[in-house]
Each structure stands twice: as structure tokens, then as C-alpha cells.
Design a protein. Structure first.
Ligand code: NAD
Length: 350
């Protein structure tokens, strides 16, 4: 990592703490940091993460797992007084299915959990990187969304548990920087997709793919004309690492810049899976954003970052992953073990 950003110390392997490291994005981040020859401590309570996601890292030099709930007092006690260069805060329910099922836990990790991670980073003199979200913009009235946009969030709607948890986490991060001189950064991540997404986590792409594989009509909310921008996970990881490497406080948007309608994503999934089940249009959920696309000018200018993986390239790899999950699930079901891995993920994620 670049000098000055994370205050590297002489001849010591750099050490990153990745909270939420057993999740979809976190496991890719752990793997990328290990590839950079860093020591990585993954902190996770496996509430939505999967042991299979980090199975390939166990035994790699420098990798360590701490199973802990970040919200609990003393969760990070094992890391006190260790040399740490960067703390990434990714621990949080992230899919609508998860945060609607665990609303209070979502708010707790955005508040108490964020305090614990910030305290750890500050006491170690480490850089702190918050994985925030485009959801802080709510149903945006500015398009595309610039990183200095304040957003349009319903503070008491069903999605508010996630949106406001992240907004509070951002406020905490900014306050630690302003009042305590902490070395912090905020990344606002937009819809991310790729291998290791859980097939049944309720997000748009896995839901469409699983419906197509099951021969069911794809469920599209509203008339499908609402837009999303999607970003391949490897690009998001590059952005997070570049942000950690820099001295930029953010907030900075990390997301795909091509805008796709939800119906277009559904039609692509139908075509690529060869499904003929068609589309079923249903009512829009409450507070569903109509348009989403990041303005990534800040990331391009300050981090030299831009998404590189086109939807055409990333979607095939993702469908392949989800197909493998489906096959693993069906095999387990056939031998009466379905449910042993709730997500039906292949045993060894790659
Ligand atoms: P995920 O659910 O796959 O990963 C979250 C991880 O955090 C899981 O491994 C889970 O077990 C862990 N976790 C949750 N609460 C915890 C707690 N209290 N203590 C310890 N571990 C805990 O989700 P993801 O998609 O990988 O998202 C990772 C982060 O990125 C989240 O903070 C999310 O808000 C943010 N983000 C993701 C996306 C996306 O599209 N995937 C978009 C915007 C922001």
C-alpha cells in the first residue's frame, strides 16, 4: 500500500482486518489482500457469510479468522495491541432479505459495530474504510448521483433500517475523522454482482437466475423500467483497495456506470439461461428507487479507478456460479442433506 496512506512499518507484513470478510464482497477482498502478501484477519459472525467463501484462504500464510459479532462489547479484543494497517468495515446485513429479517441487528452493526471498528482502527493508528452504500441516496432526486448528494431517504420506511444504519455509520466515520483525527474513508458501493453471491438472498440478479433455472417466470417489480447500475465484484475490490491505499476521505462512489433497466437484466438472464418461462410483473415494493447510477468522477480523478468489467462479461461468470450453487443444492437434496448449507453454495468457492 502507498506510503502515507496506511503508515507502513518497517519490514513487517502489512495487516488488514476485514470485518464481514466471510461474505460475498468481503471474501473477495480478503483473497485480494492475501494475493498482495498482506496478513488478513477476517472477523465474521457468519450471520449471512459462508465458511465456504473463505475455505480456500484457510492455511494461507497470514490468514486468520476471528468468529465474533462486531456488535458485542469486546468482539475485537483479540486484536487489541496488534499491528494493524487498515480496518475494512463490511460487516452488515446487506441484502434486503437479510436486513428486513434482522432490522435491529442491522441498526446495531451500523452504530455499535461501527464504533468498535473505528476504535480498533484509531487505537492501532490504522486507516479505516467504511463500506457504505448507494442506499444512502434513497430514492434519489439527482441523477446520476454525485458523491456530494445528500440523498432522499424515508427515515421510517421498511428499508430505513439499512439506509439509516449506513448513514449513521457514515456520520460516525466523519465525526471520528473531524473530532479525533482518525484516518478514515467512506466508499459508497452500488449494486455489486459476481461469484459467491448467495442464490437465495433476494437480490435482483440471483433471484432472476434462480427463477430461470427453476423454470419459473422472472419476478419483475413494477413495469421493469426502473434502472440499476451493476458493478462486477472484482472492480469493487480494486476500488476499495485503491481507497485504502490513498488518503482520500470520501465519500466516494464505487459502481458501474452503465444503466440497465430491471426488465433488460431479466431478459438477459432468460436468454443466457435458455429459459422460456417469461416475466411476471408484480407491484413495486415500498420506497423502491426509480433510478440509480453513480457519478464516479471523484474515484476516477483521485483513485484512477473506473469499472472495467462490462455487464456482458460479468453476467456469464455469475450465472455459471449460480448454476453451480443450484447443482450443489440439488445434489444435497438428492442425498437428503439440503439445508446443510442454506445457500446451497458449492463446498469450495473459487
Ligand atoms: P454479505 O451479507 O455477503 O456480507 C456481510 C458479511 O458481514 C457476512 O459475512 C456476515 O456474516 C457479516 N456480518 C454481518 N453482521 C455482522 C456482525 N454483527 N458481526 C460480524 N460479522 C457480521 O454482504 P455483501 O454483499 O458482501 O456486503 C458487504 C458490505 O458491502 C456490506 O456492508 C454492505 O452494506 C456493503 N455493500 C454491498 C453491496 C452489494 O451490492 N453487495 C452494495 C453496497 C454496499
Amino acid at each position: 500500500m502507498r506510503k502515507g496512506a496506511m503508515a507502513p512499518r518497517a519490514r513487517r507484513r502489512q495487516h488488514a482486518v476485514v470485518t464481514g470478510g466471510a461474505g460475498f464482497v468481503g471474501s473477495h477482498l480478503c483473497a485480494a489482500l492475501i494475493r498482495r502478501a498482506m496478513a488478513v484477519t477476517c472477523v465474521d459472525d457468519f450471520s449471512s457469510g459462508e465458511p465456504a467463501n473463505i475455505a480456500q484462504l484457510a492455511g494461507k500464510p497470514g490468514f486468520r479468522l476471528v468468529e465474533a459479532d462486531l456488535v458485542k462489547h469486546g468482539a475485537l479484543a483479540a486484536l487489541r495491541d496488534t499491528d494493524i494497517d487498515v480496518v475494512f468495515l463490511l460487516a452488515s446485513p446487506a441484502s434486503p432479505a437479510d436486513y428486513l429479517r434482522r432490522p435491529i441487528e442491522t441498526l446495531e452493526v451500523g452504530s455499535a459495530g461501527t464504533v468498535h471498528a473505528l476504535d480498533l482502527a484509531q487505537s492501532a493508528g490504522a486507516r479505516f474504510v467504511l463500506a457504505s452504500t448507494s442506499e444512502v441516496y434513497g430514492d434519489p432526486q439527482q441523477h446520476p448521483q454525485r458523491a456530494d448528494y445528500w440523498g432522499n431517504v424515508n427515515p421510517v420506511g421498511p428499508r430505513s433500517v439499512y439506509d439509516e444504519a449506513k448513514r449513521f455509520a457514515e456520520a460516525l466515520t466523519a465525526a471520528y475523522r473531524r473530532s479525533r483525527g482518525a484516518n478514515t474513508a467512506i466508499a459508497r458501493i452500488f449494486n455489486t454482482y459476481g461469484p459467491r453471491m448467495r442464490p437465495r438472498d433476494g437480490r435482483m440478479i440471483p433471484t432472476f437466475v434462480m427463477e430461470a433455472l427453476a423454470g419459473q417466470p422472472l419476478t419483475v417489480a413494477g413495469d421493469g423500467s426502473q434502472t440499476r447500475s451493476v458493478c462486477y465484484v472484482d472492480d469493487v475490490i480494486e476500488g476499495l483497495v485503491a481507497l485504502a491505499d490513498s488518503t482520500l476521505p470520501g465519500p466516494v462512489n464505487l459502481g458501474g456506470t452503465a444503466e440497465l433497466t430491471v426488465e433488460q437484466v431479466a431478459r438477459d438472464v432468460l436468454r443466457l439461461t435458455g429459459a422460456s418461462s417469461g416475466i411476471r410483473f408484480v407491484g413495486l415494493p415500498e420506497d423502491d428507487p426509480q433510478r440509480r447510477r453513480p457519478d464516479t468522477a471523484l474515484a476516477e480523478r483521485e483513485l484512477g479507478w473506473r469499472p472495467r468489467t462490462e455487464w456482458d462479461a460479468g453476467r456469464g461468470r455469475t450465472i455459471q456460479w449460480l448454476k453451480a450453487c443450484d447443482e450443489a443444492h440439488n445434489r444435497a437434496e438428492a442425498v437428503g442433506q439440503a439445508g446443510a448449507s442454506p445457500a446451497g453454495t458449492p463446498a469450495q468457492a473459487s
